[in-house]
Design a protein around this ligand. Structure first.
Ligand code: FDA
Length: 306
């Protein structure tokens, strides 16, 4: 079902009708802080007041020219300056999609994305915070992990996302569960072929458990990113069993999903980080959130027809 929904979302009529929704609409704002850095800073402040950490995403992906990629990097750098100025950088970092920094721009894409990513990492270092590389579809993984390795040689706190749905990920977890390594484990939001990813949800969940065990047993900093409360409970139990201190791992959820649980877990003493996107290029992100839960998509379709 999610695969079909993601495919339908790429058709012109659906994209045109959904993109025409103003960002001010409650159904879009549920998942997105707002159109600009100012709205994101305001939400970050209020989440921080509720004892939640934040990772900020400047929305955008698959840029088609160098200038756009450079503009995205500049937006991140300016955001990082603002986080420092507002005294938020101790609990707020940034999440970056390399496709937004130029990764897909032909044979030079790798180099362009890496240079842009280095400039964002330098700004994160200056602000006293960290940065994490989001993971996109499976064709980008080798390139993203390559850039991660180059960044980590200078900035060892740069983290990355690994997707449990992919067969390769247990191996990647083993390779990256090393001292200082920040790995955000997710199930995977992209429609992937059965040649590279588990087609059945139960198999993805089982793989997630195995990956979680590898990360917790290693020396890195696991970032367990899921709204699946059974997995959240297992993460807390595993952290306890292995004697992990509060600052040696974290739970992460997306803004607008399971908000009550985010707050109650933070109250219970767990470090909870909220992934907070903002910007005007929200279509791809928004559709993936809808596709994760068919009820969300049906709500939208009813609304568009109504
Ligand atoms: P699952 O899909 O099984 O959901 C468990 C429960 O959570 C559902 O039953 C529902 O109640 C609730 N829920 C989940 N999604 C919802 C939604 N959209 N709306 C309403 N309720 C919902 N993926 C990726 O491929 N690359 C990436 O870089 C990232 N980055 C990322 C960062 C963070 C912090 C998170 C939390 C997630 C990602 N993801 C991601 C997305 C991830 O791969 C996955 O698609 C979603 O987290 C949904 O999977 P769950 O683990 O929540 O489980």
């Amino acid at each position: 079902m999610p695969k079909l929904l993601l495919a339908a979302a790429q058709t012109r009529p659906v994209r045109a009708s959904v993109s025409a929704l103003p960002i001010s609409r409650k159904m879009v704002r549920r998942f997105i802080a707002g159109p600009d850095a100012e709205s994101a800073l305001q939400v970050t402040k209020s989440l921080r007041e509720q004892d939640l950490s934040v990772t900020l995403d400047v929305l955008g992906e698959d840029v088609t020219d160098r200038a756009q990629a450079a503009a995205t990097a500049a937006a991140y750098r300016s955001l990082l300056v603002s986080l420092k100025e507002h005294g938020l950088a101790d609990r707020a970092e940034v999440s970056v999609k390399l496709s937004a920094l130029g990764q897909a721009l032909g044979p030079d894409g790798y180099q362009i994305a890496m240079e842009n990513a280095f400039s964002v990492a330098a700004a994160a270092s200056e602000a006293g915070t960290t940065m994490t590389l989001d993971m996109e579809d499976h064709t980008t993984i080798d390139s993203t992990l390559g850039i991660l390795a180059e960044l980590r040689a200078q900035y060892p706190w740069v983290g990355a996302v690994l997707q449990a749905a992919l067969y390769r990920t247990e191996g990647d977890c083993r390779d990256l569960a090393t001292a200082g390594s920040r790995i955000r484990l997710v199930k995977g939001a992209y429609a992937e072929p059965a040649s590279v990813a588990h087609p059945a949800k139960a198999d993805v969940d089982a793989a997630y458990r195995r990956c979680m065990e590898i990360l917790f047993s290693g020396e890195g900093h696991p970032m367990i990113a899921t709204h699946d409360l059974a997995l959240v409970a297992e993460a807390c139990a595993t952290a306890n069993r292995l004697g992990r201190t509060r600052d040696s791992w974290e739970l992460q959820m997306l803004y607008g999903i399971r908000t009550d649980e985010q707050l109650s877990l933070a109250k219970a003493g767990v470090d909870v980080r909220v992934y907070l996107p903002f910007g005007t290029d929200w279509y791809g992100y928004y559709i993936r959130r809808l596709a994760e839960r068919p009820a969300n998509m049906l709500f939208l379709l009813r609304h568009l027809n109504g």
